[in-house]
Unconditional design. Sequence first.
Length: 337
Amino acid sequence: MATASGTRDLQQLGVNLGGIVDVNIDLGAALGISLQLGTTVGINPVRGGGLLNLLPSLPALDPSSLVLPALPIRQSGNGISYRGGNIMTNPTVYLIYYGNWAPSNVGPDAQDIITNFVQNYAGSPLYRIATGYWDQQNFVQQVHGYGGSYSDPGSEGTVLTLQNMVKVIAKAVKAGAFPLDFNGIYAILGAPEIDTDYNGSFGSCSNYCAFHTNFGAPGKQIKYTFVGNTAQKCYSACTATPTPGNGPNGNPAIDSMVSILAHELVETVTDPLGSTWYDDNKAEVADKCVYNYVLNPTLATIPSGAAYNMIIGSRPYLIQGLWVNSLGGSCGIIAPY
């Protein structure tokens, strides 16, 4: 989870959910465990709406000039450390659109902007940065699957607790939209009217913008993330772009949401249970570059004036950089390996 200061807040919640009987699917029995919420980490809002943690733009790297080995060499001393846990290899991402996702509520092309990104993110130069992270057996692979999407118009209300989120995932599984996938990432994407009650005290727009967490017993954890459409109701709290109020796809709130989703997806892969990759301040791979877009000077603006720093699939995006685990470490949008 990225915070405004680039630190991560770890909380062991230890809430026993048992069987989720009110949705007629006992996930506890399905998993053979007593379900418990795990470590939760998230990205905090920008305080005062200013640009935060923005570093000077770095020169663009020409991918054709780089030698790209099949796997990078394991390195240390790059400002981030391996803590002994596991990474995720070749996960599948499942999208849950929660709340009112009608164009009149979320703006034009919202789901297409998100879907195009998720389908193509793993093959991008940005995601290649993640392949510099590893566990005792594997490196992160430059691939993940897209498992489709599911719409829930708001079955658990407009204020979601962590328990509510588990129920939302359970309903999608029960409906047959998704399998129960221990190597999956379930991304709950909240519409503008959706807020969250994080452990009884936090709320999106005021204390955090997104988070990733898990529930389950060792070896049977379900990983998920919540990303709210906070930019539409509190744009300055969770967005720090060079062109405020203007997005490269014509939907500033969704464009901002995609960058936050990218942040949480790569952190779920490199630190799925809060025990794999982070620095001495508990900042994860994306936390260390939160709101730092490392602008490539050759990819500047579209005709509307909106800034973007990469093209993924068929669309332009402005996505924050990731921490490059090489050459001493730095924020980047292209890996030097």
